[in-house]
Design a protein around this ligand. Structure first.
Ligand code: ATP
Ligand code: MG
Ligand code: MG
Length: 533
């Protein structure tokens, strides 16, 4: 039964957590510190926070650090920073490793009650036995024997101990294979980043999560639905240990087309130097998508709009970028830029012979964005792509200036436009011209070198199937560089600023110009066009 109504949320879903009471709900986000947060984790974190807030409850951030072979302090720090970036701060920050002693004691209790046994069946054989529902040869070992192996051999990870694991004695042939005596402890000699060498065996996810959830007071454990088969196992652990019940609540994983969302695979790209790091703009990490121009608001809006659906979805990136566009479009200041290759000089015979400045709004529909100086001059630069379409005698509009009547378009032997001549016709009606052209005054110290970089997905196949090796599906070229010039106003931009280059799209400044190197802008997808200028 629901104890009360949720308040204060704007989501377009209204789902009650089972048995939830206002003020008493505790959710948790339990990342393993084995990589940087990706957009799937962001979904889980935001949903957990959403429910905690909607029920005026608490959110626990827990590092699920039970596998020293994969985990590092570096990852913990990055996860905390990324959560902060997303506006997520738990009411508590905890570590599974803080419960190693507790879990050890509970494992002993299980052994003593005949609910767990030590098994040294070789790994392959154990897998086959679990598959076929065959009873392990060690299943009926005595409590004394199991205790001896667990407390002396496994705990110290002796040579003998390392051949063993501890298994919960649930069933060897249950139709739900997740219940076929799952492994709950394994030896590992790798030092743990927090507990060092104090432990030489570690609880598995299946054992650790229900215990820590229950002990920490979690009322609702949100889990992605691929764990559904393991839900009865989770419940079994709590019952076997006589621990407080926790509601499990499933939601769908989010997947994106042509994207890998596995920390292990992303780590591979980092290790092989395929990418600049975990914040590579092609990466689906929180840092990567932020660097590409995703806003926190866009990301949050997207997750909340998706809601906690139960269907696994393979989303197209255009959906999330379209949500982001709604956030950035009303506020991104607008500037001018032209492509460097075959840039065209437009001579305006009666334009000002020395540059004349006028203040113009940075955003035509939003005066709050402020104003920028625009310089008018009798020589301006325009894109070759625009110049190619101009005809002699045509009247066109230079944006933020006015109409011009073209006198002559000069072309070289290959049809490339070399320059254009024209005269102002400021009385002309811009609504009647077909072409509105972006330009920048060709005043040398005001023409700012820029580099615009666009990216493609890293994987060529929409959805990798079971058995596909991702290394066979790497996009050969996923980075596209275009040199250009921006108007003088981009000088005042800071790294991270999101702007629009008129008629080219949205961009995020990734690097300021330095020592003859252009300022670097990343294209921000807008969910519609693929823009290679
Ligand atoms: P990875 O495969 O990338 O390592 P994981 O699931 O092993 O992911 P954890 O650090 O254990 O990573 O995950 C923390 C939380 O994030 C878990 O609750 C998990 O269910 C959730 N999560 C992970 N990936 C996704 C996803 N693609 N969509 C939604 N939630 C996810
Ligand atoms: Mg995990
Ligand atoms: Mg995983």
């Amino acid at each position: 039964s629901t104890g009360g109504k949720k308040e204060g949320h704007k989501a377009n879903f209204d789902i009650d957590l089972p048995g939830a009471e206002i003020g008493k709900v505790v959710t948790r986000f339990p990342p393993e510190p084995s990589g940087y947060l990706h957009i799937g984790h962001a979904k889980a974190a935001i949903l957990n926070q959403y429910f905690a807030q909607a029920y005026k409850g608490k959110l626990i951030i827990r590092f699920d650090d039970t596998n020293p072979s994969k985990e590092k302090t570096e990852f913990e720090q990055s996860i905390i920073e990324d959560l902060e970036l997303l506006g997520i701060k738990g009411d508590m920050l905890t570590y599974s490793s803080d419960y190693f002693q507790t879990m050890y004691d509970l494992a002993i209790k299980m052994i003593k009650e005949g609910k767990a046994y030590c098994d040294n069946t070789p790994q392959e054989q154990m897998r086959a036995e679990r598959m076929d529902g065959i009873k392990s040869a060690k299943r009926d070992a005595t409590v004394e024997e199991n205790l001896r192996i667990f407390e002396t051999e496994m705990k110290n990870a002796t040579e003998v101990g390392q051949t063993y694991c501890l298994r919960a004695k649930i069933s060897f042939d249950c139709p739900n294979k997740a219940l076929r005596d799952p492994v709950i402890y394994r030896c590992n000699l790798t030092p743990h980043h927090r507990t060092g060498t104090a432990w030489k065996m570690y609880p598995t996810y299946d054992f650790c999560v229900p215990i820590v959830d229950s002990i920490e007071g979690v009322t609702h454990a949100l889990r992605t639905i691929e764990y559904r088969d393991r839900n009865p196992q989770y419940e079994w652990m709590l019952k076997a240990l006589n621990l407080r019940k926790v509601h499990i609540w499933d939601f769908a994983r989010v997947n994106f087309v042509r994207t890998l969302l596995s920390k292990r695979k992303l780590q591979w790209f980092v290790d092989k130097d395929y990418v600049s790091g975990w914040d590579d703009p092609r990466f689906p990490t929180v840092r990567g998508v932020r660097r590409r121009g995703m806003t926190v608001e866009g990301l949050r809006n997207f997750v909340i709009s998706q809601g906690p659906s139960k269907n696994i979805i393979n989303l197209d990136w255009s959906l999330i970028w379209a949500v982001n566009k709604k956030v950035i479009d009303p506020v991104a200041p607008r500037y001018s830029s032209v492509v460097k290759e075959n840039v065209v000089t437009f001579n305006i015979a009666d334009g000002p012979a020395t540059p004349v400045m006028e203040e113009k709004p940075k955003h035509k529909k939003n005066p709050a964005v402020g104003k920028k100086p625009v310089y008018y001059y009798n020589k301006v630069l325009i894109d070759q792509a625009d110049a190619e379409l101009i005809k002699d005698g045509e009247e066109l509009t230079l944006m933020d200036w006015g109409n011009v009547i073209v006198d002559k378009v000069h072309k070289d032997a290959n049809g490339i436009v070399t320059s254009t001549d024209g005269k102002l016709h400021l009385e002309g009606d811009f609504r009647k011209t077909e072409k509105k052209i972006t330009w920048i005054a060709d005043v040398p110290e005001q023409v700012m070198p820029i580099e615009m970089i666009d990216f493609d997905h890293m994987i060529v196949k929409d959805k990798l199937e079971e058995g596909d090796n991702f290394e066979d599906f790497i996009t050969p070229k996923s980075e596209f560089h275009t040199l250009g010039y921006g108007d003088v106003n981009i000088k005042s931009l800071k790294v991270g600023d999101i702007i629009q280059f008129e008629r080219k799209g949205y961009f995020r400044l990734d690097k300021q110009a330095s020592e003859g190197k252009p300022a670097v802008f990343f294209t921000i997808p807008d969910g519609k066009t693929i823009n290679r200028y």
